[in-house]
Design a protein around this ligand. Structure first.
Ligand code: PEP
Length: 250
């Protein structure tokens, strides 16, 4: 269990528009006074400039959803860690299951992306998680440990500076959620792996992600090794996102 406030991160995925973003952020910021947890919004990169100004002087940190594994160069369409830092990005999701699945990102590529972010002072939110077939085959621990091991190996002593998100693939965007016990079990495995790698493992926030919503957030967040949430769909509705931020403030 970490001693700091819970961390709640919205992942907007490929949703939003200039007008919708402004309306959503205005609704959320209007009630942020009642929120005590840490929070961030990971937005599509084309909106980083807009969001940097909307979130400046607010308690919500700015996040990106991906970063290039390359520093710079002829990589059309890619966005580098330095470019993210230009927009005061504090967090960057790496290795989301949608990137692993649709963009063939390997454990090694994810580890290098985490390294790129850390090198410029951005906290990578490293996503790990098993598919339904892997869970049914009893491979959950094996898979998440393999995914995290690559990041530990590539990042050495910096590993205490990352955030980990346990996101069972079968729970993302499906409405199926890991039970609080299932989540805690995997989080404890990840914590033990971090403890073996660093004396500062308790500093690492381990978030749960996968159909977290206003109804189930509190029970998940009550688990000793659940330090916050990574929230997709429910972060797009101000009322839902706020009620989860409040649940994380207790
Ligand atoms: C996510 O995008 O990381 C996620 C957990 O999505 P959802 O909350 O919609 O399942």
């Amino acid at each position: 269990m970490t001693m700091s406030a819970k961390l709640m991160v919205g992942n907007w995925k490929m949703h939003g528009s200039l007008s919708a973003n402004a309306a959503l952020v205005a609704d959320v910021l209007a009630v942020m006074g009642q929120v005590q947890c840490r929070s961030a919004l990971c937005v599509p990169s084309v909106y980083l400039g807009q969001m940097q100004s909307l979130l400046s002087c607010s308690p919500i940190a700015l996040g990106a959803q991906d970063v290039s594994s390359h520093a710079s160069g002829a990589y059309t369409g890619e966005v580098s860690a330095d470019m993210l830092r230009d927009f005061a990005v504090r967090y960057c999701i790496v290795g989301h299951s949608e990137r692993r699945q649709y963009h063939s990102e390997t454990d090694i590529v994810v580890a290098i992306k985490a390294q790129r972010a850390l090198a410029v002072g951005i906290t990578p939110i490293v996503c790990v998680g098993e598919s339904l077939a892997e869970r049914e085959a009893g491979q959950t621990e094996l898979v998440v440990k393999r995914q995290l091991a690559a990041v530990i190996q590539a990042n050495g002593h910096c590993i205490s500076e990352i955030v980990v998100a346990y996101e069972p693939v079968w729970a993302i965007g499906t409405g199926l959620t890991a039970s609080p016990q299932q989540a805690q079990q995997v989080h404890a495995v990840l914590r033990a792996q971090l403890r073996a790698a660093t004396a500062h493992a308790d500093r690492v926030a381990i978030l749960y992600g996968g159909s977290m919503n206003a109804a189930n957030a509190q029970d998940l967040l009550a688990q000793p090794d659940v330090d916050g949430g990574l929230i997709g769909g429910a972060s797009l509705k101000a009322v839902d996102f706020l009620s989860m931020l409040k649940a994380a403030s207790r």
